[in-house]
Design a protein around this ligand. Structure first.
Ligand SMILES: CCCCCCCCCCCCCC(=O)CC(=O)SCCNC(=O)CCNC(=O)[C@H](O)C(C)(C)COP(=O)(O)OP(=O)(O)OC[C@H]1O[C@@H](n2cnc3c(N)ncnc32)[C@H](O)[C@@H]1OP(=O)(O)O
Ligand SMILES: NC(=O)C1=CN([C@@H]2O[C@H](COP(=O)(O)OP(=O)(O)OC[C@H]3O[C@@H](n4cnc5c(N)ncnc54)[C@H](O)[C@@H]3O)[C@@H](O)[C@H]2O)C=CC1
Length: 310
């Protein structure tokens, strides 16, 4: 009994110390994903600082969070607007914005990186943060397609590095993939899993394998869709309608590409082509390249495969 009690106390205090460990979260990137991750972390009581490269971007990100949070409140508190307002205010009070990532990371428990899908830029960012962040701070990347091992390669803290892959729109999508590579410690993996669950998501674990679970299956499907369009087999609209009504997907592949961001999709496609240059499915798509060159990045720019201009 004495053993059982002390084991229980030890297990409670271990889990309490793990929870206590992640109080302050730094989210780097105030775009589509960074804003969503900031929101769900703040909603679940974490203090969050969202960083990006300019004041204008973080301000716009904050406005996006407010819009999304209003939708959450409307749904969750439809019968109790007073409690809804309280939830809204307390969530927003948990959020800070900044443009100096090094200063913010110098006193944080968890860094979640959600910047553009470019290995060099992610490596440079983590390399500089590794020098200023406290010993205990865990680093995580929200990359869609890059190996966590490669992103972590410029850091000393290999054991405190992992992947936390959220899905878009973060406040709605219920999954987080927790990714560990060879050096990720059990404690780090557990802390990341606990954090994913603390923000209200179902977690799945995955090794550091290309595309993790979801994108390993989703990316080839999306690429096959653009090949169909390029061959002239069917229109974007008809492919989208077919996949929604015939396969029960909430969005067709072109709607989803516009929603994700065509620039992000191009980064993913180019990266996979580099990894496997002989695979015809991953060859660069002239259509995708043309849209990106024209600044047609999907919903976020007002036009992509479809137009969103009012
Ligand atoms: C073809 C070219 C190929 C090029 C190469 C391809 C490369 C591969 C790219 C792969 C990209 C991978 C990216 C990644 O790493 C992983 C991802 O995130 S993949 C994306 C996953 N997401 C989806 O699949 C989304 C699918 N869509 C949906 O689930 C719905 O359409 C959506 C929820 C977005 C909207 O639903 P809809 O019914 O259409 O609209 P409503 O506006 O009514 O919303 C429904 C419901 O949800 C609430 N809500 C929606 N958005 C938000 C938000 N941002 N914040 C808060 N709440 C939101 C809304 O209020 C509604 O609530 P109700 O209670 O139902 O009213
Ligand atoms: N868009 C999507 O559906 C999903 C994207 N992801 C991944 O999340 C990451 C971010 O994607 P999005 O939010 O869609 O991109 P986004 O383009 O909306 O936002 C990226 C933000 O990063 C900022 N940024 C770039 N370099 C920076 C730096 N050095 N320091 C600070 N901020 C910097 C940009 O200013 C921009 O605001 C990518 O790795 C992407 O692959 C993961 C899941 C889904």
């Amino acid at each position: 009994m004495a053993f059982a009690t002390s084991a229980l106390v030890r297990s409670l205090s271990t889990s309490a110390s793990r929870q206590a460990a992640i109080k302050h979260v730094t989210v780097i990137g105030g775009g589509l994903m960074g804003t969503g991750i900031t929101q769900v972390a703040a909603q679940s009581g974490h203090n969050v600082t969202m960083c990006d490269v300019s004041d204008d971007i973080v301000q716009k990100g904050l406005a996006r969070i407010q819009d999304s949070l209003k939708r959450v409140v409307k749904k969750k508190y439809k019968d109790d607007p007073t409690a809804g307002q309280k939830f809204f205010d307390s969530t927003m009070e948990n959020i800070r914005i900044d443009t100096n990532v090094e200063r913010v990371a110098a006193s944080t428990d968890l860094v979640i990186e959600a910047i553009i899908e470019n290995l060099d830029i992610k490596q440079k960012l983590f390399s500089s943060l590794d020098k200023v962040a406290p010993q205990h701070t865990i680093f995580a990347s929200n990359t869609s397609s890059l190996p966590i091992k490669d992103i972590a390669s410029t850091c000393e803290r290999q054991d405190r590095f992992g992947g936390l892959h959220f899905f878009n729109p973060v406040p709605v999508m219920k999954l987080v993939e927790v990714v560990r590579f060879g050096a990720t410690s059990n404690e780090t993996f557990q802390s990341l899993t606990d954090f994913g669950q603390a923000v209200g998501k179902t977690t799945v674990s995955c090794k550091d394998t290309p595309g993790f679970i979801v994108n390993r299956l989703l990316v080839p499907y999306m690429m096959e869709a653009v090949r169909m369009l390029e061959r002239g087999d069917a229109s974007a609209k008809d492919i989208d309608v077919a996949m929604k009504l015939g396969a029960g997907y909430p969005m067709g592949p072109f709607e989803l590409t516009d929603y994700v961001g065509i620039d992000t999709c191009k980064f993913i496609m180019d990266g996979w082509h580099e990894l496997d240059p002989d695979q015809p499915l991953f060859k660069p798509s002239e259509l995708v390249n043309k849209l990106v060159a024209e600044g047609k990045l999907g919903m976020k720019s007002g036009e992509g495969f479809y137009s969103y201009k009012k």
